[in-house]
Each structure stands twice: as structure tokens, then as C-alpha cells.
Design a protein around this ligand. Sequence first.
Ligand SMILES: [Fe+2]
Ligand SMILES: [Fe+2]
Length: 330
Amino acid sequence: MTATSVHLPAAGDDLAGPWWPAPGLVQTNHRIATLTRRYVTAEHLCDRLNDLPRQFQTPQPRRWPRIAWGTLHPDQVSGICLDTFCAILLGTINTEAPIRGYTQASRQYLEQFYPQMAQFVGGTVNADGQVLAPGLWEREEKRHTPVLSLLYQRLSGEPPQSVPHTARPYTPSDDPRADLYRHGLHRIATEYGAACLYLWMMAYTTGPLQAVLGELLIDEINHMTKFWGFGRWAYGETNVGMIASTLAQAMVQKWRQPNLQGSLIHTLRRMTAELAWDQWHLRHRLTLLYAFDQVMRVLWRWDQTLTPTYLTNLFGPNPPTGRGDRSPSR
Ligand SMILES: [Fe+2]
Ligand SMILES: [Fe+2]
């Protein structure tokens, strides 16, 4: 599968397989597994990472098919209360909205080490930091909030009363390479979370509504893959233990300051509140965990193929380490 082609479902099925009027846990998990096989394969992830050097040279946003907005209907949601589904949509709108802030923080962390990647995420800026041309990541992501807002309006019958988040600004320490490492892990985690959430929402939807969520999913998988693969090249010395230790540090060190913006605990708490987690039935929580697991299994399998030789062929030898060349696990 390429980023723009998805196999068409058989007659009577939708993109997730058989559509049930009131799916239970097992049926929803089957749908999640089908969606994972359709959208998240190791071959597809490979294709998305191979695309990155090309996008450095000639950035081209992925084209979306035309959306038949008039055919969207609340009947295309099943297995979850419409109010809860709309509350989740509102949470995604608030989270996606400050994309300019996200891209500019990422650009600042990247630019002294990897100017091409900084441009891919944050575009070009003038001496005052004004954006002259947005990066490809921003151009693709900025489509999401208007689309989600239209979905919300079609399903709830009213415009979203959104309260967009404030993106955490660039906050350098005396070790910029370690800052970039932590920031990059956070970015990968949020792209992965968004991909899993849209895939999960597709399991509870059908028809044109499901197809729109599929476009969001394809974008998030694309970005997650590029960030992950680039990070594996840029921090070739890392292994699973170092990643786990950085994540554990971020969790443990911030445990006593859970409201500290930017900590993983803060992000997790904010997201569960934002996505109306307290309205979720137990089976919704379990199926979301299943989606996280299904997608991560593919990511780990694909990660095994990211050998130093392969990454060197893709991005070049010896990634620059800049002036803050110290262990990223600091
Ligand atoms: Fe997004
Ligand atoms: Fe994203």
C-alpha cells in the first residue's frame, strides 16, 4: 500500500470489515485489527520513511480525495454514544489547533543540528522568527482542525466551542542535543497517540465519516513514521533501554510536579480530560488500549529493519551532533 491508495472493502463491509449496529468488545477489536492490517504495515512504514529525503528536496503535501460532506450523518457512528464521540472530536480539535506553535518549537530544537528536518517541520523563517513559508508537516497538519470542526458540526448540529491548547514553547537547557532527544520522543508519542485515536474512531464509524477519519489517520502515520525513523538515524547510539530510561525519567522526575507543562504525566492527564475519558465505557478504554498495542507491534517489527546501513543509505553517514554532543539519556 502507498500513502494515497487504500484497498477498497468488499461489498457490505466498510474499511474496518463487517459493520455492526451495536458492536461489542470482540467485534470492535476485530475491526481495529482489520484497520491496522489495512493502514499500518511494516511495508507502508518503510515507504513513508523512504519518502522523507524526497520531501526534503521537493516538499509536496499528500492530496486528499474530495470529501462528500453532505453525506455525513450521525447514523455513521455506532457502539459509542454520539455525545461522547463529539466530546472526543472537540478534544482533538483543541489539541490539533495550535499547530503553528508545535511546528515552531520543533524547528527551534532541530535547526542547529538538522536544518533540513527543521525546515520540513517548521518551514523557513526570517531573522525575527516570522514564518516566511510553512514546513510540510505544518501544511499537512493544518488541514486537520478545520476537517475535525466540520465533522463535529455535521454530527452535533452546532459549531464546536473549542478552547485551543497553548503549545509548549521552545525551552532550551545547556544541553541542546538532549533537549532535542526528549522533545523528539514527545513528538513521536503524540503522533502515535493521534494515529491510534483516529484508527480507534474509525472502528466505531462507517461510510464517509470513517473515510474522513482515514485521511487523518494516513497523515498521522506518515508523520509518526518520519519522526521515528529520522530519530533512529540521528540518535543511532540509542537502544530500547535508553528510550525507556528517558521516558521513565520524564515520568518519575515530573511525578511531584504533575502540572508542569510538557511533562508526560501532564500531557497524559490533559489528554484524558480533553478526550472526556470519564464518559468512556470500560469497553471503549479496552479497545483503545488494544489499538495502541496493535499499532505498536507493527512499529517494533518495522523498527528491527532500521539497520545502521539502511539509515545511512537513506540520510547519509555520521549524523551531525552539534555543540551539545552528549548522551541523550542525561
Ligand atoms: Fe493532526
Ligand atoms: Fe500529528
